[in-house]
Design a protein around this ligand. Structure first.
Ligand SMILES: Cc1cc2nc3c(=O)[nH]c(=O)nc-3n(C[C@H](O)[C@H](O)[C@H](O)COP(=O)(O)O)c2cc1C
Length: 219
């Protein structure tokens, strides 16, 4: 097991979309899965499961489904950037190129971790508000994030993807997911083609945190 400071891991946990097909050793995979199990959930209900997809045929089907969704997403994203500054367009093109690589090679990724959840076992305190409900996700995505951080510590590349949620019926049939379980994310995992993790581009604390009331500058 590799040792990495938790801050250093978070600071370099970027989306790694170029992954090698080399297998992930079982003890390593087991450790990142165990890290996922340590995540908090509402009422400790642990209403998530993860399907560790390694079967080549199932991965190929997931890859085909993903590639179709990715192509549509990339076209849409390019359209949104038509009038953006050149630097932003270049950044987006780099991301799209990496996304194209993932889409072409999704099926050859050694592991795809498909996270599922059971909405009937979740404490969704904002379910009845007149806005989109997000609290349920807080009993699922911390587990996903733990897995991502553990992958970072193990030198594995990975990326949280959600495009396959748009074809949940097909994924459900392929992976034999029973109702009412549903899908939250698919995480391709593998050793990176290049150096993998590295510096992030994020807004600073001053832009994201407020002092006591909304909009008050954080001092
Ligand atoms: C909720 C969520 C959904 C995402 N879905 C996808 C996806 O379907 N495909 C993909 O390539 N990346 C996906 N990402 C990765 C983001 O695009 C990525 O984290 C973001 O662009 C920042 O890039 P960086 O982490 O490399 O800095 C997703 C990330 C999140 C948090």
């Amino acid at each position: 097991m590799s040792e990495i400071d938790v801050y250093a891991a978070m600071q370099t946990l970027r989306a790694v979309r170029r992954l090698r097909p080399d297998p992930v050793p079982e003890p390593v995979l087991r450790r990142v899965l165990e890290a996922a199990t340590w995540a908090p959930t509402g009422g400790n209900a642990q209403p998530w499961r993860v399907i560790v997809v390694r079967d080549p045929e199932r991965k190929q089907v997931l890859g085909q489904l993903y590639a179709e969704r990715w192509a549509a997403y990339a076209t849409h994203h390019r359209g949104l950037l038509a009038n953006a500054p050149d630097a932003e367009k270049e950044r987006a093109e780099r991301m799209i190129a990496a996304g194209d690589y993932l889409a072409e090679n999704f099926g050859a990724t050694p592991v795809v971790a498909v996270f599922c959840f059971n909405p009937e076992r979740m404490a969704i305190t904002d379910a009845k508000l007149d806005r989109v409900s997000v609290v349920g996700g807080a009993s699922i995505y911390p587990a996903v994030e733990n897995l991502l951080l553990a992958c970072r510590a193990e030198g594995l590349g990975c990326v949280l993807t959600t495009l396959l949620c748009t074809c949940e019926a097909e994924v459900r049939e392929l992976l034999e997911i029973p109702e009412p379980w549903a899908t939250a994310a698919a995480v391709p995992i593998g050793y990176p083609v290049g150096k993998g993790h590295g510096p992030l581009s994020r807004r600073p604390v001053e832009k994201l945190a407020f002092n006591d009331t909304w909009g008050a500058p954080y001092a």
